[in-house]
Design a protein around this ligand. Structure first.
Ligand SMILES: Nc1ncnc2c1ncn2[C@@H]1O[C@H](COP(=O)(O)OP(=O)(O)OP(=O)(O)O)[C@@H](O)[C@H]1O
Length: 249
């Protein structure tokens, strides 16, 4: 774990406080990870929900993704890890259908929710208006969308009923809004790009509890993460660092 933490610190290029948060917070996250290893027996994974085959991407002369594969089934969590700039967000955006690959293809079976690393909210809309917008795309009426959105927000310790435009929300609260929108209406596939940035420790721990619950409910989840303390609990790890590419089960 010390070696992994040192590698992460080196890759991040940031001071330790920025990369890991406070020592107390990091220690608590590690302790929580160890405690939650004593989880009940899980159901076996189900059908393939997302299959990305031989994805490549270049920007100009720079190759960002060499042929990359990922297959994720219902009831599985995959983590995408790797050094800064190795193409994690690019790969996730391709899986979400927001960016075209240069070659390769992605097949998705079911409804997909995507939580970007940043952006994704509309400055002049209230949180509830975001829920209504996303809900409409998923065939939900306004009242139902609002109810689901508020409940999702409350589970992240946020009261989304307040009348505040998104541009006035804190960075961490905007990320909560993004996460609630991604999960609204229980999509079959959840693609989450470091969704917990700016979360306080309690909400960060809540986030991982949500991930395990979504997995137990049969959703397929892909999380871009730098936090190695959770990696022993996911079903596969896709490391996109150029000299370490590949999937570890
Ligand atoms: N639209 C773009 N045009 C040109 N280069 C881009 C574009 N988008 C991303 N890149 C470059 O592609 C590389 C991969 O970016 P990406 O955001 O996928 O990396 P990442 O692994 O998610 O990084 P981080 O860990 O810092 O979030 C980076 O070098 C980035 O500068």
């Amino acid at each position: 774990m010390v070696a992994e933490a040192a590698a992460h610190l080196r890759d991040s290029g940031q001071p330790a406080f920025r990369a890991f948060g406070t020592p107390e917070g990091y220690a608590a996250a590690v302790a929580e990870s160890l405690a939650s290893q004593r989880r009940p027996q899980r159901r076996p994974p189900g059908r393939v929900r997302l299959q990305a085959r031989q994805i490549t991407k270049r920007y100009g002369r720079r190759t960002v993704l060499r042929p990359t594969d990922l297959t994720i089934r219902a009831g599985e969590v995959a983590a995408i890890v790797g050094a800064n700039g190795c193409g994690k967000s690019t790969f996730l955006r391709i899986c979400a259908g927001l960016l075209s690959p240069d070659s390769g293809d992605v097949a998705v079976d079911g409804v997909l929710g995507y939580c970007p690393q940043d952006g994704g909210t509309y400055d002049f809309l209230l949180p509830e208006e975001h829920f209504v917008l996303v809900g409409a795309g998923r065939g939900l009426d306004r009242a139902h969308s609002r109810r689901l959105g508020r409940a999702g927000a409350a589970s992240l310790q946020w009261d989304a009923g307040e009348s505040v435009q998104a541009r006035h929300l804190s960075g961490g609260t905007r990320q909560k809004l993004n996460l609630v929108m991604a999960a609204l209406g229980d999509p079959d596939v959840l693609l989450l790009d470091e969704p917990y940035q700016g979360f306080d420790r309690g909400t960060y721990l809540d986030f991982w509890q949500h991930v395990w619950r979504w997995r137990d409910e049969g959703r397929a989840i892909v999380v871009v993460t730098h936090l190695l303390s959770q990696l022993d609990q996911v079903d596969q790890v896709l490391d996109l660092t150029p000299d370490r590419r590949g999937v570890a089960a």
